[in-house]
Write a protein that binds this ligand. Structure first.
Ligand SMILES: [Zn+2]
Length: 232
């Protein structure tokens, strides 16, 4: 006799970059195993790939984890983790004053995507030309933080979605990469600074936990940022 299937409860997760809610199921034991393996790896890209895979699996294939921008990848992962395991993580934080270790509760439900005022996906290059950006893929984030300007051009060639030129609407990604690179090389320094500003002001996850030191009673704030710190 075939063994029965175990029913799983699903729940809605809001995906900011898609502007909609999608049904997810919790992690299963097989996904926890993947997370433990990725946690043991010294290569941070293993964890990113695992999180992307888990999001694809838990959305029952409705969301492609590899296509989500970093802030959604983090946020969606925290929500699934909260529903699957627990939304409370116990951390140890050192007091900035006396150095004593304090137990701190990290409540995943309180983490929000921080949006910067004035951040827009549309960038006005000239009076007649506007470009619309897509968010860079997670794997491109490190390139953007690096020193190589050539790499930043390449990421930009993949991130420009649409060009609005007077009446004309051009789907940028339909052009071959050489032509896209040529287009970017025509930017003035000031115009390219607008692109950098777009990357620098992207929505991000940043969470602050206030706690009072148990020894010296000093008020402290533990700030959690950096994408790897949210893959807990
Ligand atoms: Zn203290």
């Amino acid at each position: 006799m075939a063994l029965p299937q175990i029913d799983v409860q699903t729940f809605d997760v809001n995906i900011s970059s898609l502007g909609k809610k999608v049904k997810f199921r919790p992690f299963l034991v097989k996904e926890e195993k993947l997370l433990v393996m990725a946690g043991e790896s010294t290569d941070s890209s293993d964890m990113i790939h695992t999180v992307q895979q888990i999001i694809t699996n838990c959305s029952l294939g409705k969301v492609d984890g590899s296509k989500l921008p970093i802030f959604d990848l983090q946020k969606v992962f925290l929500e699934i983790r909260g529903m699957s395991v627990s939304n409370i993580i116990n951390l140890i934080a050192k007091c900035g004053e006396c150095g004593i270790d304090n137990d701190v509760e990290f409540d995943l439900e309180k983490v929000k995507i921080t949006k910067n005022k004035g951040h827009k996906k549309q960038i006005k290059l000239t009076d007649s030309m506007i470009i619309e950006m897509d968010y860079p893929k997670v794997t491109d984030i490190e390139k953007l933080m690096g020193e190589s300007i050539e790499e930043i051009y390449k990421v930009t060639a993949d991130c420009i979605k649409t060009i609005y030129n007077d009446e004309e609407v051009i789907e940028f990604q339909e052009s071959p990469i050489e032509e896209r690179m040529e287009f970017i090389e025509q930017f003035s320094v000031k115009q390219f600074a607008l692109i950098r500003e777009f990357y620098e002001s992207m929505p991000q996850l940043l969470h602050a936990i206030d706690f009072k030191c148990k020894a010296c009673k000093k008020d402290n704030t533990l700030v959690i940022d950096g994408y790897e710190n949210f893959f807990v």
